[in-house]
Design a binder for this molecule. Structure first.
Ligand code: IPM
Ligand code: MG
Length: 367
């Protein structure tokens, strides 16, 4: 038996420093739990551009296709702002998503008890919040053609196209229903069927797929009303399924309900590979935070929880994933905070590696 393979792409900004903590935790699972991975590392984003002139080298793309799971840190930075659009760091990430066909993007928004005071909303609105946004990730206006900036008469016109096929909607809907079955059997689909034909089709297809899931209560909401309801009373939701662009917006909104973007992981899943595992890429929801990069200030928790998602969704290690999530909860309950989690009352923040140390200690204590 060969070990499952993990390709690690730390990326730019705080990516490498948060990923360093993840690597220590991967090692811990190897020595303490016999969960050994073949880990390799490569470049994505601005650092790949600096070395190869492209944010994702073809060899890296090929390695990602072959890996049992990919773990990504973050991409981007101000020094790349003026690069041509086609080689911007983000294009590397979008290429991975597209070519691996990672159509189902799972973005949990979970409020840790110890952090409920951090939300900009009242504590009772967010305490205990645990919702999952399933965002379609490989189609819609992000990829639709025609796209571009064209000349029309004597002015320019910028064009992007929202486009969804039935099968693209059906497969992401199915993944959301499957997830709803494992949670509270409640699914809300969001689109703009009142103004967009793609929204009308979205609603129809999600409803059709729902016939295979009679136990799941399906509701529909216009995405703008959904945004409003998410801020008004987010606990009315459990699983939300929506398209690429609405999912981008709504997941940032939902993330902020929890008060801490530095805490949230994500999984991007595709079709099963020959070994039965889904094609998968895991990454924190936060960005590369260039303003604090290299200072040991970054919060590694989102990236560490992304590893937990990998254990659960790629490697069928739900109990070990729960062990890791429990360790994170433990250190937060103990009052440990990185700089991003410092409240107005202040305190001494722990460094990136200090947070890693504490989570490792909590893992030890869990044995
Ligand atoms: C996200 C990000 C990306 C997106 C960017 C970095 C391309 O905002 O993952 O939510 O828009 O999908
Ligand atoms: Mg986004």
């Amino acid at each position: 038996m060969t070990n499952p393979s993990l390709l690690i792409l730390p990326g730019d900004g705080i990516g490498p420093e948060v990923m360093a903590e993840v690597r220590r935790i991967i090692d811990w699972f190897g020595t303490q739990r016999g969960l050994v991975f073949d880990v390799s590392e490569d470049l994505v984003g601005g650092c790949a551009y600096d070395k190869h002139g492209t944010p994702l080298h073809d060899d890296t793309m090929a390695r990602a296709q072959d890996a049992d799971a990919v773990l990504l840190g973050a991409v981007g930075g101000p020094q790349y702002d003026d690069l041509d659009f086609s080689v911007k760091p983000e294009r590397g990430l979008l290429r991975l998503r597209k070519e691996m066909d990672l159509f189902s993007n799972l973005r949990p928004a979970q409020c840790f008890d110890a952090l409920a005071d951090f939300s900009s909303l009242k504590k009772d609105v967010v305490a205990g919040l645990d919702i999952m946004i399933v965002r379609e990730l490989t189609s819609g206006v992000y990829f639709g053609e025609p796209r571009g900036i064209f000349k029309e008469g004597n002015e320019r016109v910028g064009i992007n196209t929202q486009r969804y096929t039935e099968s693209e909607i059906a497969r992401v809907a199915r993944s959301a229903f499957d997830l709803a079955m494992k949670r509270s059997k409640k699914l809300c689909s969001m689109e703009k069927a009142n103004v967009m034909e793609s929204g009308i089709l979205w609603r129809e297809v999600v409803t059709e797929v729902g016939r295979d899931y009679p136990e799941v209560t399906l509701s529909h909401m216009y995405a703008d009303a959904g945004a409003m309801q998410l801020t008004r009373w987010p606990k009315q939701f459990d699983v939300i399924v929506t398209d690429n662009l609405f999912g981008d917006l709504l997941s940032d909104l939902a993330a902020m309900l929890t008060g801490s973007l530095g805490m949230l992981p994500s999984a991007s899943l595709g079709a099963p590979m020959a070994n039965g595992r889904p094609k998968a890429l895991y990454e924190p929801v936060h960005g590369s935070a260039p303003d604090i990069a290299g200072q040991g200030k970054a919060n590694p928790i989102a990236c560490i929880l992304s590893l937990a998602m990998a254990l659960r969704y790629s490697f069928d290690q739900g109990a070990e994933a729960a062990r890791l999530e429990g360790a994170v909860e433990r250190v937060l309950a103990d009052g440990l905070r990185t700089a991003d989690l410092m409240g107005p009352e202040g305190g001494v923040p722990v460094s990136t590696s200090g947070m890693g140390d504490a989570i490792l200690a909590a893992l030890d204590a869990s044995l």
